[in-house]
Design a protein around this ligand. Structure first.
Ligand code: AMP
Length: 307
Protein backbone atom coordinates (compact mmCIF):
# COMPACT_ATOMS: atom_id res chain seq x y z
CA UNK A 1 0.00 0.00 0.00
CA UNK A 2 1.47 3.35 -1.03
CA UNK A 3 1.60 6.31 1.34
CA UNK A 4 1.57 9.65 -0.45
CA UNK A 5 3.68 12.25 1.32
CA UNK A 6 3.76 15.90 0.35
CA UNK A 7 6.18 18.25 2.04
CA UNK A 8 9.61 19.79 1.78
CA UNK A 9 12.87 18.34 0.53
CA UNK A 10 15.60 20.56 1.82
CA UNK A 11 19.11 21.29 2.90
CA UNK A 12 19.33 21.99 6.62
CA UNK A 13 21.99 23.80 8.60
CA UNK A 14 21.65 22.63 12.17
CA UNK A 15 23.43 23.43 15.40
CA UNK A 16 22.90 21.29 18.49
CA UNK A 17 25.06 20.93 21.61
CA UNK A 18 26.66 18.04 19.66
CA UNK A 19 27.84 19.96 16.62
CA UNK A 20 27.12 22.16 13.66
CA UNK A 21 26.23 20.59 10.30
CA UNK A 22 25.81 22.61 7.13
CA UNK A 23 23.51 21.87 4.18
CA UNK A 24 22.62 18.35 5.22
CA UNK A 25 19.70 16.41 3.78
CA UNK A 26 16.44 17.34 5.47
CA UNK A 27 12.91 18.44 4.79
CA UNK A 28 9.62 17.31 6.22
CA UNK A 29 8.79 14.94 3.35
CA UNK A 30 12.25 13.38 3.42
CA UNK A 31 12.14 12.48 7.13
CA UNK A 32 8.54 11.26 6.88
CA UNK A 33 9.12 9.14 3.77
CA UNK A 34 12.22 7.55 5.25
CA UNK A 35 10.31 6.42 8.35
CA UNK A 36 7.26 5.30 6.34
CA UNK A 37 9.46 3.27 3.99
CA UNK A 38 10.08 0.68 6.73
CA UNK A 39 6.38 -0.27 6.57
CA UNK A 40 4.91 0.69 3.17
CA UNK A 41 5.97 2.13 -0.11
CA UNK A 42 6.30 5.89 0.30
CA UNK A 43 5.87 8.34 -2.58
CA UNK A 44 6.91 11.97 -2.32
CA UNK A 45 5.37 15.01 -3.99
CA UNK A 46 7.66 18.01 -3.67
CA UNK A 47 10.23 20.15 -5.45
CA UNK A 48 13.99 20.59 -5.35
CA UNK A 49 16.36 22.98 -7.10
CA UNK A 50 19.05 21.94 -9.56
CA UNK A 51 21.51 22.30 -6.65
CA UNK A 52 19.96 19.33 -4.78
CA UNK A 53 22.68 16.66 -4.66
CA UNK A 54 21.78 13.62 -6.76
CA UNK A 55 23.10 11.29 -4.05
CA UNK A 56 20.17 12.38 -1.85
CA UNK A 57 17.67 11.25 -4.45
CA UNK A 58 19.63 8.04 -4.86
CA UNK A 59 19.33 7.39 -1.12
CA UNK A 60 15.54 7.82 -1.26
CA UNK A 61 15.33 5.48 -4.26
CA UNK A 62 17.46 2.89 -2.45
CA UNK A 63 14.77 2.80 0.24
CA UNK A 64 12.20 2.05 -2.47
CA UNK A 65 10.68 5.53 -2.19
CA UNK A 66 8.79 6.65 -5.31
CA UNK A 67 10.38 9.93 -6.38
CA UNK A 68 8.37 10.40 -9.59
CA UNK A 69 6.41 13.23 -7.93
CA UNK A 70 9.57 15.23 -7.16
CA UNK A 71 10.00 18.10 -9.60
CA UNK A 72 13.19 19.99 -10.29
CA UNK A 73 12.16 23.64 -10.19
CA UNK A 74 13.88 26.82 -11.26
CA UNK A 75 15.82 28.23 -8.35
CA UNK A 76 17.49 26.93 -5.24
CA UNK A 77 16.45 24.06 -3.00
CA UNK A 78 14.45 24.84 0.19
CA UNK A 79 16.77 25.67 3.08
CA UNK A 80 16.15 25.72 6.81
CA UNK A 81 18.61 26.71 9.45
CA UNK A 82 18.02 26.29 13.16
CA UNK A 83 19.57 25.56 16.51
CA UNK A 84 18.73 23.74 19.73
CA UNK A 85 19.89 24.49 23.22
CA UNK A 86 20.04 21.93 26.02
CA UNK A 87 16.24 21.74 25.98
CA UNK A 88 16.19 19.98 22.64
CA UNK A 89 12.39 19.84 22.52
CA UNK A 90 12.38 23.37 21.20
CA UNK A 91 13.77 24.14 17.73
CA UNK A 92 14.85 27.76 17.20
CA UNK A 93 14.65 28.81 13.56
CA UNK A 94 17.44 31.07 12.31
CA UNK A 95 16.36 31.21 8.70
CA UNK A 96 13.76 29.68 6.38
CA UNK A 97 14.31 30.06 2.64
CA UNK A 98 11.37 28.65 0.72
CA UNK A 99 13.22 29.13 -2.59
CA UNK A 100 11.66 26.73 -5.14
CA UNK A 101 8.64 26.30 -2.84
CA UNK A 102 7.74 29.97 -3.43
CA UNK A 103 6.42 29.10 -6.88
CA UNK A 104 5.66 25.42 -6.37
CA UNK A 105 2.35 24.24 -7.80
CA UNK A 106 2.05 20.63 -6.60
CA UNK A 107 0.93 18.10 -9.16
CA UNK A 108 0.08 14.67 -7.91
CA UNK A 109 1.06 12.13 -10.61
CA UNK A 110 -2.02 10.26 -11.94
CA UNK A 111 -0.98 6.93 -10.44
CA UNK A 112 -0.73 8.53 -6.97
CA UNK A 113 -4.11 10.28 -7.07
CA UNK A 114 -5.74 7.12 -5.85
CA UNK A 115 -3.50 6.89 -2.79
CA UNK A 116 -5.59 6.00 0.25
CA UNK A 117 -3.12 7.02 2.94
CA UNK A 118 -1.82 10.56 2.71
CA UNK A 119 0.48 12.59 4.90
CA UNK A 120 0.58 16.35 4.42
CA UNK A 121 3.92 17.08 6.04
CA UNK A 122 5.00 20.56 7.05
CA UNK A 123 4.31 22.82 4.11
CA UNK A 124 2.42 25.95 3.10
CA UNK A 125 -1.22 25.08 3.95
CA UNK A 126 -2.35 26.51 0.61
CA UNK A 127 -0.23 23.86 -1.09
CA UNK A 128 -1.59 21.21 1.26
CA UNK A 129 -5.10 22.21 0.12
CA UNK A 130 -4.11 21.98 -3.54
CA UNK A 131 -2.95 18.41 -2.96
CA UNK A 132 -6.15 17.36 -1.19
CA UNK A 133 -8.16 18.62 -4.18
CA UNK A 134 -6.27 16.28 -6.51
CA UNK A 135 -6.95 13.10 -4.51
CA UNK A 136 -9.57 10.60 -5.74
CA UNK A 137 -10.76 8.96 -2.54
CA UNK A 138 -8.35 9.14 0.36
CA UNK A 139 -9.11 6.83 3.26
CA UNK A 140 -6.98 8.63 5.81
CA UNK A 141 -5.31 12.04 5.69
CA UNK A 142 -2.89 13.16 8.38
CA UNK A 143 -1.24 16.57 8.50
CA UNK A 144 1.47 18.40 10.37
CA UNK A 145 2.27 22.07 10.61
CA UNK A 146 4.57 24.40 12.55
CA UNK A 147 4.87 27.88 14.01
CA UNK A 148 6.04 29.34 10.67
CA UNK A 149 2.68 28.51 9.06
CA UNK A 150 0.63 29.22 12.19
CA UNK A 151 2.10 32.72 12.14
CA UNK A 152 1.95 33.33 8.38
CA UNK A 153 -0.99 31.34 6.96
CA UNK A 154 -3.48 30.95 9.80
CA UNK A 155 -6.65 31.09 7.66
CA UNK A 156 -5.48 28.54 5.08
CA UNK A 157 -4.38 26.33 7.94
CA UNK A 158 -7.89 26.38 9.41
CA UNK A 159 -9.21 25.26 6.02
CA UNK A 160 -6.87 22.25 5.80
CA UNK A 161 -7.59 21.20 9.37
CA UNK A 162 -11.28 20.76 8.50
CA UNK A 163 -10.35 18.16 5.93
CA UNK A 164 -8.02 15.86 7.82
CA UNK A 165 -8.46 12.79 9.98
CA UNK A 166 -5.37 13.37 12.10
CA UNK A 167 -3.76 16.67 12.97
CA UNK A 168 -0.27 16.27 14.41
CA UNK A 169 1.26 19.16 16.32
CA UNK A 170 3.99 19.79 18.87
CA UNK A 171 2.78 20.74 22.31
CA UNK A 172 4.26 24.25 21.98
CA UNK A 173 2.61 24.78 18.60
CA UNK A 174 -0.78 23.56 19.85
CA UNK A 175 -0.59 25.98 22.79
CA UNK A 176 0.44 28.86 20.53
CA UNK A 177 -2.19 28.15 17.88
CA UNK A 178 -5.09 27.70 20.31
CA UNK A 179 -3.83 30.40 22.67
CA UNK A 180 -3.98 28.31 25.82
CA UNK A 181 -1.33 26.72 28.02
CA UNK A 182 -3.65 23.74 28.55
CA UNK A 183 -2.97 20.84 26.15
CA UNK A 184 -6.30 18.95 26.50
CA UNK A 185 -8.11 22.25 25.97
CA UNK A 186 -5.96 23.07 22.92
CA UNK A 187 -6.72 19.61 21.51
CA UNK A 188 -10.46 20.07 22.12
CA UNK A 189 -10.36 23.42 20.32
CA UNK A 190 -8.45 21.90 17.40
CA UNK A 191 -11.13 19.24 17.16
CA UNK A 192 -13.79 21.95 17.20
CA UNK A 193 -12.00 23.48 14.21
CA UNK A 194 -12.71 20.24 12.37
CA UNK A 195 -9.72 17.92 12.86
CA UNK A 196 -11.25 14.52 13.61
CA UNK A 197 -8.40 13.40 15.86
CA UNK A 198 -5.47 15.33 17.28
CA UNK A 199 -2.05 13.96 18.18
CA UNK A 200 0.13 16.18 20.33
CA UNK A 201 3.83 15.35 20.20
CA UNK A 202 5.75 16.22 23.33
CA UNK A 203 9.27 15.58 22.09
CA UNK A 204 11.14 13.41 24.57
CA UNK A 205 8.03 13.25 26.78
CA UNK A 206 5.88 11.08 24.54
CA UNK A 207 2.73 11.74 22.53
CA UNK A 208 -0.97 12.22 23.31
CA UNK A 209 -3.96 11.22 21.22
CA UNK A 210 -7.34 12.90 21.48
CA UNK A 211 -9.54 10.90 19.15
CA UNK A 212 -12.87 11.44 17.46
CA UNK A 213 -14.75 9.67 20.22
CA UNK A 214 -13.20 12.06 22.74
CA UNK A 215 -10.97 9.22 23.98
CA UNK A 216 -7.45 9.88 25.17
CA UNK A 217 -4.30 7.78 24.84
CA UNK A 218 -0.83 8.57 26.08
CA UNK A 219 2.21 6.97 24.44
CA UNK A 220 5.19 6.68 26.75
CA UNK A 221 8.39 8.60 26.29
CA UNK A 222 11.64 6.81 25.54
CA UNK A 223 14.55 7.40 27.94
CA UNK A 224 16.83 8.41 25.10
CA UNK A 225 20.46 8.89 26.12
CA UNK A 226 21.70 9.17 22.52
CA UNK A 227 19.88 12.37 21.55
CA UNK A 228 22.09 14.32 19.08
CA UNK A 229 19.70 16.10 16.70
CA UNK A 230 15.92 16.24 17.15
CA UNK A 231 15.32 17.63 13.64
CA UNK A 232 12.85 15.45 11.81
CA UNK A 233 11.54 13.70 14.92
CA UNK A 234 8.00 14.92 14.26
CA UNK A 235 8.13 13.84 10.62
CA UNK A 236 9.63 10.46 11.48
CA UNK A 237 6.84 10.00 14.00
CA UNK A 238 4.25 10.82 11.34
CA UNK A 239 5.91 8.64 8.70
CA UNK A 240 6.01 5.64 11.03
CA UNK A 241 2.43 6.27 12.14
CA UNK A 242 0.91 6.45 8.66
CA UNK A 243 3.24 3.87 7.12
CA UNK A 244 2.16 1.37 9.75
CA UNK A 245 -1.56 2.13 9.30
CA UNK A 246 -1.22 1.74 5.53
CA UNK A 247 0.61 -1.55 5.94
CA UNK A 248 -1.93 -3.01 8.36
CA UNK A 249 -5.00 -1.49 6.67
CA UNK A 250 -6.57 -1.29 10.10
CA UNK A 251 -7.79 1.98 11.56
CA UNK A 252 -9.40 0.54 14.68
CA UNK A 253 -8.64 2.45 17.83
CA UNK A 254 -6.40 -0.36 19.15
CA UNK A 255 -4.33 -0.23 15.95
CA UNK A 256 -4.14 3.55 16.01
CA UNK A 257 -2.60 3.30 19.48
CA UNK A 258 -0.09 0.80 18.13
CA UNK A 259 0.66 3.14 15.22
CA UNK A 260 1.35 5.98 17.66
CA UNK A 261 3.89 3.82 19.44
CA UNK A 262 5.42 2.84 16.07
CA UNK A 263 5.70 6.59 15.35
CA UNK A 264 7.37 7.15 18.72
CA UNK A 265 9.82 4.32 18.00
CA UNK A 266 10.80 5.85 14.63
CA UNK A 267 11.24 9.31 16.15
CA UNK A 268 13.37 7.88 18.95
CA UNK A 269 15.79 6.44 16.38
CA UNK A 270 15.85 9.50 14.15
CA UNK A 271 17.12 11.77 16.95
CA UNK A 272 20.17 9.58 17.57
CA UNK A 273 22.08 11.26 14.75
CA UNK A 274 21.95 14.14 12.27
CA UNK A 275 19.92 14.06 9.05
CA UNK A 276 19.04 10.49 8.01
CA UNK A 277 22.30 9.08 9.35
CA UNK A 278 20.67 6.84 11.97
CA UNK A 279 17.70 5.87 9.81
CA UNK A 280 20.03 4.72 7.03
CA UNK A 281 21.52 2.12 9.38
CA UNK A 282 18.29 1.13 11.11
CA UNK A 283 17.22 -2.52 10.93
CA UNK A 284 13.77 -4.13 11.35
CA UNK A 285 15.17 -6.10 14.31
CA UNK A 286 16.09 -2.89 16.13
CA UNK A 287 12.60 -1.51 15.50
CA UNK A 288 10.99 -4.65 16.89
CA UNK A 289 13.14 -4.62 20.03
CA UNK A 290 12.43 -0.97 20.72
CA UNK A 291 8.69 -1.41 20.18
CA UNK A 292 8.74 -4.11 22.88
CA UNK A 293 10.65 -1.79 25.21
CA UNK A 294 7.94 0.84 24.72
CA UNK A 295 5.29 -1.72 25.63
CA UNK A 296 7.10 -2.40 28.87
CA UNK A 297 7.22 1.29 29.80
CA UNK A 298 3.42 1.56 29.92
CA UNK A 299 2.65 -1.69 31.71
CA UNK A 300 1.47 -1.68 35.28
CA UNK A 301 -0.73 -3.92 37.36
CA UNK A 302 -4.18 -3.24 38.75
CA UNK A 303 -4.48 -1.62 42.17
CA UNK A 304 -3.89 -4.42 44.73
CA UNK A 305 -5.08 -2.92 47.98
CA UNK A 306 -8.61 -2.45 49.26
CA UNK A 307 -9.46 1.24 49.62
P1 AMP B 1 10.50 18.39 12.39
O1 AMP B 1 10.07 16.96 12.23
O2 AMP B 1 9.39 19.27 12.81
O3 AMP B 1 11.76 18.52 13.23
O4 AMP B 1 10.85 18.90 10.91
C1 AMP B 1 12.15 19.15 10.48
C2 AMP B 1 12.22 19.39 9.00
O5 AMP B 1 11.25 20.35 8.57
C3 AMP B 1 13.58 19.98 8.67
O6 AMP B 1 14.37 19.00 8.03
C4 AMP B 1 13.30 21.21 7.79
O7 AMP B 1 13.96 21.14 6.55
C5 AMP B 1 11.80 21.21 7.59
N1 AMP B 1 11.20 22.53 7.76
C6 AMP B 1 11.63 23.55 8.57
N2 AMP B 1 10.83 24.63 8.46
C7 AMP B 1 9.86 24.30 7.56
C8 AMP B 1 8.72 24.98 7.03
N3 AMP B 1 8.40 26.22 7.39
N4 AMP B 1 7.93 24.31 6.14
C9 AMP B 1 8.24 23.04 5.77
N5 AMP B 1 9.29 22.35 6.23
C10 AMP B 1 10.10 22.94 7.12
Amino acid sequence: MTVLIVGTLGLDTIETPFGLKKDILGGSAVHAAMAASFYSQAAIVGVVGADFPTEHLALLKERGIDVSGIEVGKGETFRWSGYYEYDMNQAHTRDTRLNVYNTFDPKVPDKLKKAEYVFLANLDPQLQLKVIKQLDSPKLIAMDTMDFWINNKREALREVIKQVDFLLLNDGEARQFMETPNIPLAAARLRQLGAKSVIIKKGEHGALLFDQGGRHFSAPSYPQEMLRDPTGAGDSFAGGFIGYLARTQDVSSANIRRAIVVGSVMASFNVEDFSLDRMKRLTPQEIGRRFDEFRGFAEFGALNIKL
